[in-house]
Design a protein around this ligand. Structure first.
Ligand SMILES: Cc1cc2nc3c(=O)[nH]c(=O)nc-3n(C[C@H](O)[C@H](O)[C@H](O)COP(=O)(O)O)c2cc1C
Length: 234
């Protein structure tokens, strides 16, 4: 870019430098880069360092009232993946991906769980005992007045936010992934013995290295609603 062009570019972009602009665009570039991979190379693994970063992104996701009412099950074992193939809409992805990250939610909220989270928060922040008691009383009242199903749906919504964070982190690392709901939650719950842990599976992410020969969707255009359609202004 010539000096004049660069100056115009900077002026047009609110006096930001090119580097600053590139930095602000980076996340959108990552989102444009990613796609829901349809086939992974079974001979390639994602590094533990990258898996750890993706896990950390999910762990740092915000949740309603900070309850983090879900756990992340990280499946690397081929034996376990093979057991889950049967119920999967994408059996090849289940068999051949490097890791399966499964989001599993609490089966329900309980007064005890709410107290555990807020006792820990009170302690970690060095706050006086009972600092949150009027808030937790309200939360407990809401959850106790809702059905288990309604509570589980609320729990699942929290897990989906974390799933989005994990997908975003994977994209930033240029790690291939595919989010999926197309799997047997009953089979996952049974194989991973989730009931015993008070959990139920919700959704998962296949993480791995795409196989360019078989990942038929890779060259296709990203299809989204146009911004004018997507955004409704008031
Ligand atoms: C919650 C959720 C569930 C999904 N379930 C599946 C699935 O079971 N199998 C699959 O191949 N893709 C699944 N997808 C991928 C979507 O089909 C894909 O994200 C969408 O078509 C947009 O394409 P892109 O992600 O490649 O941009 C799922 C995506 C989300 C967000």
């Amino acid at each position: 870019m010539t000096c004049v062009k660069q100056a115009r570019f900077i002026l047009k972009n609110n006096h930001k430098t090119k580097q600053e602009i590139r930095a602000t665009m980076a996340l959108l570039e990552d989102f444009n880069w990613r796609h829901a991979v349809k086939a992974f190379d079974p001979t390639k693994k994602v590094s533990q360092e990258n898996i750890d970063k993706i896990i950390e992104a999910a762990r740092l996701a915000p949740t309603s009232s900070g309850l983090q009412p879900f756990r992340l099950l990280v499946v690397e074992s081929q034996e376990v993946k093979d057991k889950l193939v049967e119920g999967a809409l994408n059996p090849d992805c289940m068999r051949e991906c490097s890791h399966v990250l499964i989001f599993a939610g609490w089966k329900d909220y309980s007064d005890q769980k709410v107290d555990e989270v807020y006792d820990r928060t009170t302690e970690k922040r060095g706050l006086p005992q009972g600092r949150f008691s009027s808030y937790t009383d309200k939360l407990k009242e809401i959850f106790n007045n809702q059905s288990t199903q309604e509570n589980f749906e609320h729990i699942a919504r929290q897990a989906y936010i974390a799933m989005g964070f994990a997908l975003a982190q994977a994209a930033e690392l240029r790690v291939d992934s595919c989010p999926a709901e197309g799997f047997s939650t009953d089979l996952v719950d049974e194989v991973l013995e989730l009931d015993k842990q008070g959990l139920k599976s919700i959704a998962l992410i296949y993480v791995g290295v795409a196989d360019p020969e078989r990942d038929w969707i890779a060259p296709m255009a990203k299809v989204r609603n146009a911004t004018e359609e997507f955004v409704i202004k008031y």
